[in-house]
Structure formats: structure tokens, C-alpha cells
Design a protein around this ligand. Structure first.
Ligand code: IMP
Ligand code: MG
Length: 175
């Protein structure tokens, strides 16, 4: 593995501001509703923890675990469901919370699986929308940051299961 270098991209305070903005937007759009937040593990674990505290609504939280990455920085294209949800979603207003939408394959698979369970509504909130390598026409409804390309780590995002604990977001570059 070549040496890699971390270049600061989004600071903790910048992330905080975006998370608060997303929380306020969701609170306004779903005013009067009791929503179901479905977080996609593992990458969204810090984001969802902060996001739900920025949402001023009654809500429930559930988790799914999907995996499309090995130890490379490119999607394998194969999306594997490793953990099933516990809560029923039929008739619920569901907001899926993702860390990153890249090719869009992960989210497209999940989106259609969730739609089959007949939620009342289904929207997507992602911390980062990475647009350059999109392969399927999926558009998140709530976006924290938009980047073109590049591999990022920190604030829950990993490279080969490392860097998730960094409070800020960094671009991972070859040294
Ligand atoms: P997609 O199926 O190509 O959209 O892959 C999305 C998933 O790949 C995300 O949920 C992330 O877990 C992972 N991923 C994509 N880009 C990055 C990145 O820059 N850093 C860390 N994980 C990433
Ligand atoms: Mg992920």
C-alpha cells in the first residue's frame, strides 16, 4: 500500500453547521410527523448521532448494514445486506441517512428494497454527495456537502476500517 497523506477538507465546526442546517430542514419538512430515521452503517454512525439531535421532531431510529467496499477505494458494485432492520416501515415517513453517495449503487439497492415495504414517504439524507462517479440516477433529498471526486475519511468515514474516529473530514491522498 502506498503511503497516504491526510489533507484537511471539512472542519468539525463546518460539519456541525451543515448538520444543524440539515436537521432544521428535516424538522421543517416533516413538521407534525413522527419519522423513522434509517441509518446505513457503518459510515453514518457519527453523522446520524449528531443529525437526530438536530431534528426537533418525534422520531425512531433503526440501522441497516450494507457493504459495497473491500479494502480498495473503488466500489465493488456488489451490495451486500449484512444486517436487517428491526422496525416496520409500512406507512412510516422514512428518512435514510447515508455517509456518502458515490456510484449510487448502494443507495439505489436499498431504496428499492425499502419502497417494496410501502413506507408513506421515503427520502434520502447524505452527509456527502460525491457526484463524479455516479452510475445510477439517484438524487439525495438532503445533502451536507457536495464534492466532485476524491476519497475522504474521518467523522465516521473509513479507509480499510481506519480513520473513522477523526473529528474532521480529510482527503486521503497518495504521498
Ligand atoms: P456507492 O454504492 O458507490 O454509492 O458507495 C457508497 C458507499 O461507499 C458509501 O456509503 C461509503 O461507505 C463508501 N464510500 C464511497 N466513497 C467513499 C469515500 O470517499 N470515503 C469513504 N467511504 C466511501
Ligand atoms: Mg456506507
Amino acid at each position: 500500500m502506498p503511503d497516504r497523506q491526510l489533507k484537511p477538507l471539512f472542519s468539525r465546526s463546518h460539519i456541525d453547521a451543515q448538520v444543524k442546517r440539515l436537521g432544521a430542514a428535516i424538522s421543517a419538512d416533516y413538521s407534525g410527523c413522527d419519522i423513522l430515521v434509517v441509518a446505513v452503517l457503518k459510515g453514518s454512525f457519527l453523522f446520524v448521532a449528531d443529525l437526530v439531535r438536530a431534528i426537533d421532531l418525534p422520531l425512531s431510529v433503526d440501522f441497516v448494514r450494507l457493504a459495497s467496499y473491500g479494502s480498495d477505494t473503488r466500489s465493488s458494485g456488489i451490495v451486500e445486506m449484512r444486517m436487517e432492520m428491526e422496525l416496520p416501515i409500512r406507512g412510516r415517513d422514512v428518512v435514510v441517512v447515508e455517509d456518502i453517495v458515490d456510484s449510487g449503487c448502494t443507495l439505489e439497492t436499498l431504496y428499492h428494497q425499502l419502497l417494496q415495504r410501502q413506507p408513506r414517504s421515503l427520502k434520502i439524507c447524505t452527509l456527502v454527495d460525491k457526484t463524479a462517479r455516479r452510475e445510477v440516477p439517484i438524487r439525495p433529498d438532503y445533502v451536507g456537502f457536495t464534492i466532485d471526486d476524491g476519497f475522504i475519511v474521518g467523522y465516521g468515514l473509513d479507509f480499510d476500517e481506519h480513520y473513522r474516529n477523526l473529528p474532521d473530514i480529510y482527503l486521503l491522498e497518495e504521498a
